[in-house]
Design a protein around this ligand. Structure first.
Ligand code: DX5
Ligand code: ZN
Length: 216
């Protein structure tokens, strides 16, 4: 599955570009939330996620929460009708992570864990039974348009062996037709792509190329 990141869409074109991607078969969108603290950049707030779900109720919204202020932001994003919220392992204590995963589940929202490129994959062992998805960062978070980190495939393989198909593995950062294929071979199931889809001439052509690279 491809989950386009809307981060690099011209903000004034969000609705049109999301609709174009949906017309070309996309059913889930990846919404990057950056707090200017956990990562050195700002992006969207909860209003954007609410607006997305109001405009496109049949599309799934997954929120990639890049913030170390979960006590304030997780309850705010839980009000938005997001389908899935992904929390960074590095952004809080394990107790907090457990707490917020349980909180999301009790609000009917799926929950996942995000791992930065240098966070040990082995930490997934203690969370695998309670999460709906894992997001493996293949760049350091903060900006779109970065280059896929080459050692990422080893980490994806390690996660794939550890999880043994129990939890879907998503990859995020520098995904194009080439890197998506490598990530797929290593065991990834869901592919986030931003600039590859939205910063070229045709969204339709880019989706087709990426679909072809990751199709079964
Ligand atoms: C990076 C974000 C990614 C990013 C993807 O912090 O989490 O979702 O915007 O953009 P590309 O595909 O351009 O790397
Ligand atoms: Zn992301």
């Amino acid at each position: 599955m491809i989950a386009p990141s809307i981060l690099n869409i011209n903000n004034l074109n969000l609705k049109d570009d999301i609709a174009t991607a949906a017309e070309n078969g996309i059913t889930r969108f990846h919404i990057d939330i950056m707090d200017g603290h956990f990562v050195p950049n700002l992006s969207f707030g909860p209003q954007l996620v609410s607006d997305f779900k109001a405009e496109f109720p049949d599309l799934e919204a997954e929120v990639h929460l890049m913030s170390n202020n979960p006590d304030v932001l997780v309850p705010e994003f839980a009000k938005t009708k997001a389908d899935l919220i992904l929390l960074h392992y590095e952004a809080m204590t394990e107790d907090k992570l457990n707490h917020w995963i349980d909180f999301l589940h009790s609000n009917g929202i799926k929950a996942g864990i995000v791992l930065n490129p240098d966070t040990p994959v082995s930490i997934l062992e203690k969370f695998q039974a309670k999460i709906d998805q894992v997001l493996m960062m293949t760049v350091y978070p903060g900006f779109g348009g970065q280059k896929f980190i080459s050692g990422s495939c080893e980490r994806i393989k390690e996660a794939n062996e550890l999880l043994a198909g129990r939890v879907p593995i998503e990859v995020d950062g520098g995904i194009n037709d080439k890197t998506a294929q490598l990530a797929k071979e290593a065991g990834a199931n869901i592919f986030v792509a931003g600039s590859y889809l939205f910063c070229q001439k045709s969204i339709q052509v880019q989706i087709e190329k990426l679909e072809k690279a990751v199709e079964e």
